[in-house]
Design a protein around this ligand. Sequence first.
Ligand code: C2E
Ligand code: MG
Ligand code: MG
Length: 270
Amino acid sequence: LCSPQIKDKVLETMRLNNDLYRALEGHELELYYQPQISSATGEIVGMEALIRWNHREYGLIPPARFIPIAEQSGLILPIGEWILSSACAQNKAWQDAGYPPVRIAVNLSIKQLRNPNFIKQVEGALNKTGLEPRYLELEIMESCALKDTDDIAQALTALKEMGIQIAIDDFGIAFSPLAYLKMVPADIIKIDQTFIQGIKTSRIDEAITRSIISLAKSMDINVIAEGVETVHQHDFLVRELCDEMQGFYYSKPMPLKTMEKVWQEKIRGS
Ligand code: C2E
Ligand code: MG
Ligand code: MG
């Protein structure tokens, strides 16, 4: 017994699940890129790769709609491998074309991290493309539950030892962010957008943002503010010495060609 809306949603999910099998082969998946900007210099120092699905019928489908479906079916493993190798190849291609070297940030699903072959996959992607490990950032969501004895913490340490940058995404919203920080060998913390959006209107969000920046600094961790949209948020974060910013204030995630145009204009203007 369910409402017509729930029934439609279930049918749509089943349809997406079936179509996702063909999406990879059919070249329907595409990486968009969003720049990460240094607060000190205003320059692009990183690019986050964000997946999109160009569905033949439904048009552009955001990751929040299909990544959970891919995780459930296990398709996240081949999709994640494609994302990783495409992002590494793209970053190397930018370097070869003369763009200033930047990090490429790749979002990971917990299922990928639990895959025993994951480290080999990352090594393979770096070897095949020739990208130096320091130009790869792997983003792991803070909501990915870890246990003390978890193999994931070991895998992350091994990746960090290879020279790859480990970032904790959406930092501050999970149940115990401080305990998480103790377990994950992070190089980068990304302050969750909900705190950034409260800058100016919420003294609590401002205080939390300030504390995360100061915590990161005292641990020698790079700190990025996500979801920066206004000049007020930008100015606050500059004052508080947040290392990097990312958000619509600078640029929305864009398809490759559009991003390259914007990047070239920025280089010419500076
Ligand atoms: P995330 O990694 O935290 O990515 C940030 C999300 O915030 C992106 O949404 C981005 O488009 C959006 N965003 C960036 N700046 C702003 C801003 O100023 N204001 C607002 N309101 N939003 C902003 P998107 O692309 O829809 O991705 C959503 C989530 O889906 C990501 O969150 C990430 O968890 C997941 N995701 C995206 N790409 C991948 C991927 O390749 N693999 C995996 N496993 N997950 C992915
Ligand atoms: Mg991310
Ligand atoms: Mg995030």
